[in-house]
Ligand binder design. Structure first.
Ligand code: SF4
Length: 332
């Protein structure tokens, strides 16, 4: 990937997505800034409860009460059929106006993708529904496109005529990927889609996603807490904690030289099968409650390198060197 030539596809600015609860606002996404580049595979990492899935539903405009977008911007550069780009703030669109962007410009593979297939419809009919609703393709063109997409994800064209109960878990997952790419979206968002699969199937599907990105020129936002998956798949990675981004950089750089103390703890926790035997130290404490994030840097109660200012002032996400951003007072 020639990173220096990539243009911005999606910019999230000071995004806040909160849940209204009886005990107050639960700030699942809390002042988050992020930029996704066209053509890259961007990995979003972070432990459970850090706000990853809430972030995705917010960008897709799928948040449901009590979740609500409190503030922020999601500036998206959508491709149009005439080859032009249309710049739109996704968060300003009403639900009806968002519809034309779904599947055509942004598609989504949810966490429970293996369970989203309709048991009484053939694969072809389910994917054809998407095509009919969002494009003017003829029936014949749609059938050909569905067959091509099934082959792209490593399945035979014959799978188009099968029902969900005739497919293995890995095949169902591939069908959901085929449906997500059938209209060649600008951005494919994948939320832990291989978590329920065995590691061999997972490895093959990750390779297929990489191949699909090359072939269709897609941008992929891949969300998982699994750093080993990011190491295999992602060009760049963003480390999320307490509803915000702590560090962004090329995946190889972040894994070989993590700068933020939280990223350092995550990377230290990756077992090294070939290396010396060592005890893996877990992070002390637990992820704090989004109802009451700690003041200043939200990581400070668990940070071994805390400075006095860390309890008072939230650090900005700043670029230390080209492409490397860190939100930590140690570098400011
Ligand atoms: Fe640790 Fe302070 Fe950096 Fe937060 S800002 S990670 S508390 S050193």
């Amino acid at each position: 990937m020639a990173e220096q030539n990539l243009k911005t596809l999606l910019t999230l600015k000071n995004l806040n997505i909160w849940y209204a609860t009886e005990r107050g606002e639960s700030k699942a996404v809390n002042g988050l800034d992020l930029e996704i580049l066209r053509g890259e595979i961007f990995g979003l990492a972070g432990e459970s409860g850090c706000g990853k899935s809430t972030l995705i539903t917010g960008v897709m405009r799928l948040t449901k009460l009590p979740a609500h977008v409190q503030s922020g911007e999601a500036i998206f550069h959508a491709s149009r059929e005439n080859g032009q780009e249309q710049v739109v703030d996704l968060l300003k669109l009403d639900p009806g106006a968002m519809r034309p962007y779904r599947w055509r410009n942004i598609s989504y593979i949810p966490q429970s993708a293996m369970n989203v297939l309709n048991p009484v419809l053939k694969v072809e009919d389910q994917i054809a529904d998407v095509i009919r609703a969002h494009s003017s393709m003829s029936k014949k063109e749609a059938q050909a496109r569905i067959g091509d997409c099934l082959e792209m994800v490593g399945l035979s064209k014959k799978v188009a005529l099968m029902y969900a109960h005739e497919l293995s878990g890995g095949m169902k997952q591939r069908v959901t990927i085929a449906a997500a790419i059938v209209l060649k979206p600008d951005l494919l968002i994948a939320d832990e889609p291989t978590t329920a699969l065995d590691v061999n199937v997972q490895r093959v599907i990750l390779q297929e996603l990489t191949d699909i990105r090359e072939r269709l020129g897609l941008t992929i936002l891949y969300v998982t807490h699994d750093m080993a998956v990011h190491a295999q798949l992602s060009d760049r990675v963003g480390i999320m904690y307490a509803g915000g981004i702590m560090e962004v950089g090329k995946t190889s750089d972040v894994l070989s030289e993590p700068l933020h103390p939280y990223s350092q703890a995550l990377v230290e926790a990756i077992p090294d099968i070939g290396g010396e035997r060592r005890r893996i130290e877990g992070l002390p404490g637990a992820v704090p409650s989004p109802l009451n994030w700690p003041p200043g840097c939200a990581f400070h109660p668990r940070c071994k390198r805390m400075l006095p200012i860390c309890q008072e002032k939230r650090p900005d996400l700043r670029e230390l060197k080209p492409g490397r951003l860190v939100a930590c007072h140690l570098y400011q």
